[in-house]
Ligand binder design. Structure first.
Ligand code: ATP
Ligand code: MG
Length: 351
């Protein structure tokens, strides 16, 4: 059995409810299937922590996390205590930047027991690989205030290093999945960055000549997420395009409460961070009705990350089987509470 040092930050709101549930599931998986064991160290950093200490995490917070193998995050944000931009910058974005988590990965997969808003599409299983450090979200640019003639310039920054590494990651993922890679581009309208994006995509694809590829303009590709998601496998996209596609991907899955995400450090120097797509959901916090599946599926992503896809598959099958039995929280049309859903998943893992 391999031990993984896991830094656990439940954070705010329903993060505090679903993180312990996901850890219960992980513990059961280790007991029943061996493979990996997660040794959790808990950090209480959150908006409540801010209320007491005036900061989201202590000064040496990053140093405390640095030694861990991965970070398992719930959700950050409680606007009744601290403005979102302060809490996000003071914890989440700080961790992403310091630990060079330059790629964001999100599956968009149809799972059994949940009806997609698309109705009954053919099974889809997409991995969205988003560049997470540069691109369109750059601070370069400015405004010239001149009344009616005001001019605003917003630059996008694409580096060879940044684009190559996200492409390389996408191809390696496609290799593991025996899949193919679709690049999200817009080189018919954006005349500098996107032709460059296409060039690097071709270059990297030559190194992986066994992997089929195609390149689609972002407008058409967005439509394909709706009209034929089953034709997509790994989708690689810039920061902005990936941001939009990720939300679209979560939407076609059927609920924000089930979608997971990973922020990946590529050079192995620092921990990667895994978190569900949903936020702290203050509107339902304290009622015990939050859907724990987003957090539990996030744990599956961690198992995949540490090279234990079989454990991850056992977990996903347990999730699907309990959903098919109708054990669901209200956001996906059921009547069960958070604990009941987790218990049902655990019972199936033990079978
Ligand atoms: P952000 O974190 O980006 O600020 P937000 O706070 O606007 O997002 P969420 O916290 O994700 O959004 O919540 C959006 C809606 O989805 C809320 O109505 C919330 O109750 C619901 N929701 C989010 N996560 C879950 C969950 N795990 N189970 C049930 N409902 C959820
Ligand atoms: Mg929020």
């Amino acid at each position: 059995m391999k031990n993984i040092q896991l830094a656990v930050i439940p954070g705010d709101g329903i993060g505090k409810e679903v993180v312990p549930e996901a850890l219960r599931v992980l513990d059961t998986l280790s007991e029943v299937h061996g493979g990996l064991k997660f040794d959790a160290i808990h950090y209480p950093w959150s908006s409540d922590y801010y209320a007491e200490h005036g900061e989201m995490m202590p000064k040496d917070g990053l140093d405390q996390l640095r030694q861990s193998d991965a970070i398992f995050l719930g959700a950050i944000g409680d606007p009744s205590i601290v403005a979102d931009h302060i809490s996000l910058n003071g914890l989440l974005l700080k961790i992403r930047r310091e630990f060079e988590q330059v790629i964001n990965v999100r599956p968009a997969k149809q799972i059994k027991g949940i009806v997609s808003p698309l109705g009954n599409p053919r099974d889809f299983d997409i991995m969205i690989v988003r560049e997470n450090s540069e691109g369109e979200y750059s601070s370069s640019g400015g405004r010239v205030h001149n009344g009616e003639d005001e001019i605003v310039i917003q630059n996008a920054v694409f580096t060879k290093k940044g684009v190559s590494r996200v492409m390389e990651y996408a191809f390696q993922l496609a290799e593991q999945r025996s899949g193919h890679v679709t690049s999200a581009t817009k080189s018919n309208g954006i005349v500098h960055s996107m032709p460059f994006w296409d060039e690097v995509f071709s270059e990297v694809s030559e190194k992986h000549s066994n992997i089929p590829t195609n390149s689609e303009h972002i407008d058409a590709l967005s439509a394909f997420f709706v009209t034929k998601p089953h034709t997509l496998d790994v989708v690689v996209a810039s920061n902005l395009f990936g941001d939009i596609l990720s939300d679209l991907g979560a939407a076609i899955m059927g609920s924000i409460g089930i979608a997971p995400a990973g922020n990946i450090n590529l050079n192995g120097k620092y921990p990667s961070m895994f978190e569900p797509v949903h936020g702290s959901a203050p509107d339902i916090y304290g009622k015990g009705i939050a859907n724990p599946i987003g957090q539990i599926w996030t744990a599956k992503m961690m198992l995949d990350h540490f090279g234990e896809p079989e454990m991850g598959n056992v977990l996903l099958e347990a999730i699907e089987s309990s959903l098919e039995a109708g054990i669901k929280t209200a956001d996906i049309g059921g009547h069960s509470n958070t604990k009941e859903v987790t218990d049902a998943i655990i019972a199936r893992i033990k079978k």
